[in-house]
Each structure stands twice: as structure tokens, then as C-alpha cells.
Design a protein around this ligand. Structure first.
Ligand SMILES: Nc1nc2c(ncn2[C@@H]2O[C@H](COP(=O)(O)OP(=O)(O)OP(=O)(O)O)[C@@H](O)[C@H]2O)c(=O)[nH]1
Ligand SMILES: [Mg+2]
Length: 302
């Protein structure tokens, strides 16, 4: 450790679907959280850990802040506020391809006590021609209107790894001088089983529409390693809320479920660096998003 070693927490915040999780993966340099084209994909504040000789950044991926319609939504927002209380930096994501709106105004009103605020203008690869210039003007107005004290504004594309290194270098400057807070050889604090359920959920919601992605949750029923072999047996359940959703997940002659299995197994095997058998079951768990007991089983407590 050098005398100037810095370490601290950065919470990545913003409306749903603005590219928070994609940015977390880009910063960590490894896929540790799932992403999708659907809003409200992230449900757990997962930490990504970036360790270098002179710093350690712990980036906290958070669920998109939104107007909650279910108990799950309320708990997700509460989770973000809770995480904001303990971080050194909040990194607000504003996408280049969408206007700033009421959702963003609502988010910054909750940032009163934050020590450092950074803004990432995300998805710049989607901005057309001089779109980025007008976007930056819009961001300046937003900052002035809300009297925000912003350390840095960084336009970036997490998809193309454009300016993500710069983002990281700038973030380090606002972290306290401190030794590493986590072991330096891990990328995330997330339990392997949780990541596996997430990979299955990512595959399950990929080509679904409207409300269905929100209705999907995944639990692991059993996971074991075969003795003396680099091979895992995993049994998992995909929960949905209605019978009609169950049929959609399974698909004609089980074809869709089979496809979910193939796609998620590929991700799981990369992650575990092992071969696996993946048994998937689909179950109707009525209204689990509104059921305190079901939510508690997933770790969403009050
Ligand atoms: N073109 C482009 N697309 C991006 C970029 N970053 C993210 N996306 C896409 O935007 C969508 C949402 O990305 P996520 O990273 O899941 O967004 P999020 O903010 O974590 O969303 P929630 O977890 O639902 O709040 C996905 O389809 C991503 O592939 C980017 O830099 N460029
Ligand atoms: Mg996310």
C-alpha cells in the first residue's frame, strides 16, 4: 500500500434502464450484474470491487429509482436510499438518448447529504450528430435548477468502453485515503448462488414484453458439486405470477424453457469455470411482488 492509497464506495444511481448495471460491469471489467432492455432489471444493490495498487473502488449497482406500484417497488426504492447513506460518492446516470424528466428531479431531491456527486451522461453512442452538445446544455440547466454541487460530468458509452477509464480515474480523486476495504482478489461481494439466479432471470426475460419481466423471479432449489469433478448440478425454479405467464415461459413443447436453459447455462459455466447440469422448473407464485413473505425469502425486508 502506498501512502496515498484511496478506497471507498460509489453508488451508481438513476432512473430505471439508464445503463447503471452496464456501467458497473464496464468499470469492474467483468460481467458481475445482469442487464436488459427492460426497466427495473436490477433488484439487489450488488457491489463490484475494483482493486489497483493505489486504490480500491467499490461500485454499488442499485435498482432504478421509480414511482413504486408494488411492495417490491417500494422496497427497491428504500434499498437505494439506504445505500446512499453510506457511500462517499453518488454517480448519477443520465442517458444521452432520453430527456431529463420528473424522475431525475425526484432522485436529486434525495441527495442532500451526499459528499460527492458525479454525473455520467450514458449511452453517448446513441446520441446523434450534435446531440451530445445539446444534452450537455440540458444537464447544465438541470444542475443549476436543482442547485447541485457536481464534481465531474463525464459523457461515456459503457457499451463501447468509451471514457469509462476516465470515469474511474476521476472517481478515485473523491475517495478518502484508506486501505482496501475488501479482499483485493475478488470482483464482487455477491454470493455465487445469487449471481446464478440472476443469470437465469436475465435469460428468462430477454425477449419478453411489458409486465412479464417484472413477474419473473428465480430461486435455486439445490446446487451441488460432483465429487472429484469440475461439474455442478443445479436445480432452479422460475417463478411467475399467473398461469398464462407460465405457458409463455415454457413455450410450445417446452421450446422456450429449453432455450432459457441453454442460454443461462452458458453464462453459468463461464462464471463457475465448470461444466453443469441445469434443471429448470416453472412455478406460479401468485402476486409474489406484493407478498411480504415471498419478498422476505428473496432478501427484501423492511
Ligand atoms: N447503446 C448503448 N446501450 C446501452 C449502453 N449502456 C447500456 N445500454 C443498454 O441500455 C439497456 C439498459 O441497461 P442496464 O444497464 O440494464 O440499465 P439499468 O440502469 O441498470 O436498468 P435497471 O436495472 O432496470 O434500473 C440495456 O439494453 C443496455 O444494453 C451504452 O453505453 N450504449
Ligand atoms: Mg440495472
Amino acid at each position: 500500500m502506498t501512502s496515498e492509497h484511496r478506497a471507498g464506495f460509489v453508488a451508481v444511481i438513476g432512473r430505471p434502464n439508464v445503463g447503471k448495471s452496464t456501467l458497473v460491469n464496464a468499470l469492474v471489467g467483468k460481467k458481475i450484474v445482469i442487464t436488459s432492455a427492460h426497466p427495473n432489471t436490477t433488484r439487489n444493490p450488488i457491489r463490484g470491487i475494483i482493486s489497483r495498487p493505489d486504490f480500491q473502488i467499490i461500485v454499488v449497482d442499485t435498482p432504478g429509482i421509480h414511482k413504486p406500484k408494488t411492495l417490491l417497488g417500494t422496497r427497491l426504492n428504500a434499498m437505494v436510499s439506504e445505500n446512499l447513506e453510506s457511500v462517499d460518492v453518488a454517480l448519477l446516470c443520465l442517458p444521452a438518448d432520453e430527456a431529463i424528466g420528473a424522475g431525475d428531479e425526484y432522485i436529486v431531491k434525495q441527495l442532500g447529504h451526499i459528499r460527492h456527486l458525479y454525473i455520467a451522461v450514458t449511452k453517448v453512442d446513441r446520441a446523434k450528430n450534435d446531440g451530445l452538445i445539446s444534452k450537455l446544455a440540458e444537464v447544465s440547466d438541470f444542475i443549476a435548477r436543482n442547485k447541485l454541487n457536481v464534481d465531474e460530468i463525464v459523457p461515456l458509452s459503457a457499451k463501447n468502453l468509451e471514457q469509462t477509464q476516465l470515469m474511474m480515474d476521476l472517481l478515485v480523486k473523491s475517495l478518502p485515503i484508506s486501505p482496501s476495504l475488501y479482499p483485493e482478489d475478488i470482483n464482487t461481494d455477491q454470493a455465487a448462488e445469487l449471481h446464478i439466479t440472476e443469470l437465469i432471470r436475465e435469460a428468462a426475460i430477454e425477449d419478453l414484453y411489458e409486465e412479464l419481466p417484472h413477474s419473473v423471479m428465480v430461486t435455486i432449489d439445490e446446487m451441488s458439486k460432483r465429487e472429484g469433478k469440475n461439474f455442478f448440478d443445479i436445480h432452479a425454479t422460475i417463478h411467475v405470477e399467473r398461469d398464462s405467464q407460465k405457458s409463455i415461459i415454457i413455450g410450445p413443447q417446452g421450446s422456450r424453457l429449453k432455450d432459457i436453459g441453454i442460454r443461462s447455462r452458458a453464462g453459468i459455466e463461464t462464471f463457475l469455470d465448470a461444466k453443469s447440469y441445469l434443471g429448470l422448473h416453472v412455478k406460479v407464485s401468485k402476486e409474489w411482488q406484493r407478498d411480504p413473505k415471498a419478498l422476505a425469502r428473496l432478501g427484501f425486508t423492511e
